[in-house]
Write a protein of this length. Sequence first.
Length: 287
Amino acid sequence: MIEIIEYTDYRKFIQDYYDERKRTSAFTWRDFARDAGFSSAVYLKYVCEGKKNLSIGAAGSVAAAMGLVGFEQTYFVLLVSYAHAKSDETKRAAFEERCALAHAHKIRVLGNEEFNYFKSWKNPVLRELAPHMPGAKPLEMAHACRPKITAAEVSETLDFLVRAKLLKKDRNGNYRQTDRSISMGSVDAVPVAARDMQRQMGEFAIKSLNLPLSERDMSGITMGLTQRAYDRIRKEIADFRRRVIAIASEDEDTEQVYRMNIQLFPMSEKLKKGRGAKMGREEKNEK
């Protein structure tokens, strides 16, 4: 069984612990529940199946029943706290507390670098900008960014990108990308940070409406959809996004860093079948 620090889902850890004990002994869910102080023999089984939730208050008892002590017990409780978090803010706080605990014990949390990458718009912008400004000082890069940032922010961001192996710095002080593109991946906490970036980029998109038409392109469609049509459009967007990345990757050089937002979201509740006329369709190019 792998170390708890490599888990992001407390239910998966409990299930793996049970399976390991079951494989090597006559261990049962009843035994497990008794050790953890539960009267229901199948409570922890239901937790693993997602039918029940383990409370934060009971997390310590379950951790102790699994033989976790010290920081591993604390880490398990933080996994449960993360699962209970309702808002992005509380999820982010629980994840960062897990990372801090692991760092204090010289252990890496899977997804930590990815989480931090998606927390700020400066990371993807400077990851694109720095390799195409050889010999540039942080202040020059800061002046090239929109919106403007400080030289100190540039230095801090570049240091992080190098540590996270997203940029590589050569002996002359120039940067190059270690990978041509970055995917969000499947780490559970990364979408929380990615939503922060999407909010930041959405705000920049609003401000870019003041740019001349030659520097920006925006359009919108309001339409009525079925679930089937929605699923097909999502696939079309994913295919389109891959084609855009392929086009951007054809040229080795960069003249300017752009951000493209693709947004598809509901503007009504779901309509009950048989009620009301079919929704109209409006298409408008916004200049």
